[in-house]
Design a protein around this ligand. Structure first.
Ligand code: NZQ
Ligand code: ZN
Length: 387
């Protein structure tokens, strides 16, 4: 286990009836707030109404920015920055899933930056002095509620790129599982896959001696396997929604990658290239690509980690490492299928037309992956396998 510094930094307000507490927390930062949200889920659930009526009662000045799309666009980010500057706003409160939170982080980074916010994604600028942000999470998936990352899409260049800074971790996140009751089957399944994928990205690394982190990781995967199907069958099952919601945060708040050099993150890099062009739901893309990545990187040297996951999570009894590893990959793929997630790119109407370009773009800043380094040709080959 390597030396590490760990500071999560986000105050979590977990459970029912926390909106008052959320608003109180926001007011400790500013009474001039930008509220951001997507299309209509927070209108239907009444969350927006609750927050705005409390703001009115407390004399908070606020502006709203709506219409943030899944796979959030840099154009929304620019709109948000403009609103913050024009109205001298001091806090951004995101109501929604990962896309709304990510866009809000990019806005927060851009308000006090002279150039264009896309520079952060191009690695031309480093985040300094961002506005503080907070959120009310409505979809268990990305972990954006407790980390400093944002993934932003640019329609003009057909790019989807990540940016990040510890300074962008939300100051406060409200996690009320009842607001996730309305998440449909597809998004619940995609969210469950995303949570599991975040664990996989940090679990499949060559680091040794990180048993505590790996045990926590396995327990989060077991939680997804137990509660994902229940949440799909019974959308208002509080226990299932609560466990998935907390799993979402714990899977990507840095906890399970402590003591490791870094995560692998190749599969996310590949998926982002697919959704940059085809606007695919992130978790659905991961459900397709992850098992193929696993098959591609499986060797005599990497088999031990797949075998460990299979034995500890999927009750695989096979003693031979390579055979156990193959059984683990099959078990993961069949779990994703049981959630009605696709397992081939052709199932979501994605042809092989841009696979080579996707391979080149995924390696734009150099080879990707850590469990096994992948160059652009390797990425294209994985996409071909997933065809
Ligand atoms: O726009 P609304 O009406 O809110 O509808 C949304 C959207 O259509 C809907 N939804 C959200 N909460 C709901 C709900 N519908 C009913 N009831 C609710 N309570 O769900 C749809 C998808 O929302 P979105 O925010 O896009 O989903 P998710 O949370 O999965 O976020 C995906 C984005 O996050 C990025 C992905 O690449 C993708 O762009 N990621 C961000 C990460 C991070 N910041 O750490 C890491 C991830 O790996 C990921 O890359
Ligand atoms: Zn993800």
């Amino acid at each position: 286990m390597k030396n590490f510094v760990y500071q999560a930094g986000t105050k979590i307000l977990f459970g029912k009836n926390q909106v008052n507490n959320l608003v109180d927390e926001v007011l400790t930062y500013s009474n001039r707030v930008l509220i951001t949200y997507g299309k209509n889920s927070v209108i239907k659930s009444g969350l927006l109404e609750k927050v705005t009526s409390l703001f009115k009662e407390m004399g908070v000045f606020y502006k709203e920015l709506n219409g943030i799309q899944p796979n959030p666009r840099i154009s929304s980010v620019r709109d948000g920055i403009r609103l913050c500057r024009e109205n001298d706003l001091g806090f951004i409160l995101a109501l929604g899933g990962g896309s709304v939170i990510d866009a809000s982080k990019a806005m927060a980074a851009g308000v006090n930056y002279d150039g264009d916010a896309w520079d952060f994604c191009l690695r031309k600028a480093v985040v300094k002095n961002p506005l503080p942000i907070g959120c009310a999470l409505t979809l268990a998936a990305t972990g954006s509620e407790m980390n400093g990352n944002a993934v932003i899409s640019n329609d003009e260049t057909q790019e989807k790129l990540a940016m990040g800074s510890d300074l962008l971790r939300p100051k406060v996140s409200m996690l009320d599982p009842t607001y996730t009751f309305s998440v449909n089957k597809w998004q619940t399944a995609a969210g469950t896959v995303d949570i599991m994928s975040h664990i996989f990205e940090q679990y499949f690394t060559p680091d040794k001696g990180t048993d505590i982190q790996d045990n926590i990781a396995e327990s989060i995967v077991r939680t997804c396997i137990k509660y994902g199907p229940i949440a799909i069958r019974e959308p208002e099952n509080y226990e299932a929604r609560a466990n998935l919601m907390w799993a979402s945060s714990l899977a990507l708040n840095g906890l399970t990658s402590t003591g490791k050099m870094m995560g692998d993150w190749a599969t996310h890099g590949i998926e982002h290239e697919v959704s940059a062009i085809y606007d695919l739901t992130h978790g659905a893309g991961l459900a397709i690509i992850f098992p193929y990545w696993m098959e591609y990187v499986l060797t005599e040297n990497t088999a031990y980690k797949f075998a460990r996951l299979g034995r500890n999570v999927f009750n695989i009894l096979e003693e031979d490492e390579l055979s156990a590893a193959k059984q683990t990959i099959m078990a993961i793929r069949s779990f994703f299928n049981s959630l009605d997630m696709p397992s081939k790119l052709s199932e979501v109407d994605i042809p092989d037309e841009y696979f080579k370009i996707m391979g080149d773009k995924a390696c734009k800043f150099g080879p990707i992956g850590y469990f096994k380094r992948l160059n652009n040709e390797a990425v294209t080959q994985i996409l071909m396998m997933a065809k």
